[in-house]
Unconditional design. Structure first.
Length: 133
């Protein structure tokens, strides 16, 4: 069941990304008006982050099945702290883009890198990366 959900989530994330890539600028103009035109690239970046934040949601079943709830909680807490630290650092340098960059980096940590610190979780990560990619 999880591989089917994983593939479904990846397809959903890709479709969201594709929609924002094709219609992001138009969406920003329609929703927020002309004063926010030119910010469609923020939607591209945010939609790209969906890939990384949807994987742990699918993996929650496996974390529960293999008794990795404490690992998942610690990984999410570290991802949150990483996000806050990077956002505070990158905001003055890159503006709102820096916040989104930190969001993407934290998502990569939560979905892939954070699992490298546990042997069981590392095996699961390898398995779902094989299925999804």
């Amino acid at each position: 069941l999880v591989p089917i959900q994983l593939i479904g989530v990846l397809i959903y994330s890709f479709l969201i990304f594709l929609f924002y890539y094709l219609f992001g600028e138009l969406t920003m103009r329609l929703v927020f008006g002309d004063e926010f035109s030119g910010l469609g690239d923020l939607l591209y970046l945010y939609a790209f982050s969906n890939f990384f934040f949807s994987l742990p949601i699918v993996m929650a079943f496996w974390y529960y099945h293999f008794n990795l709830q404490s690992h998942a909680a610690l990984k999410n807490l570290c991802g949150l702290l990483l996000y806050i630290g990077l956002a505070l650092y990158l905001l003055p340098i890159h503006g709102i883009h820096g916040v989104i960059y930190s969001y993407i980096i934290a998502g990569i940590y939560i979905s892939i890198i954070g699992d490298c610190f546990s042997a069981k979780a590392r095996k699961l990560t390898k398995a779902y990366l094989r299925v999804g990619f």
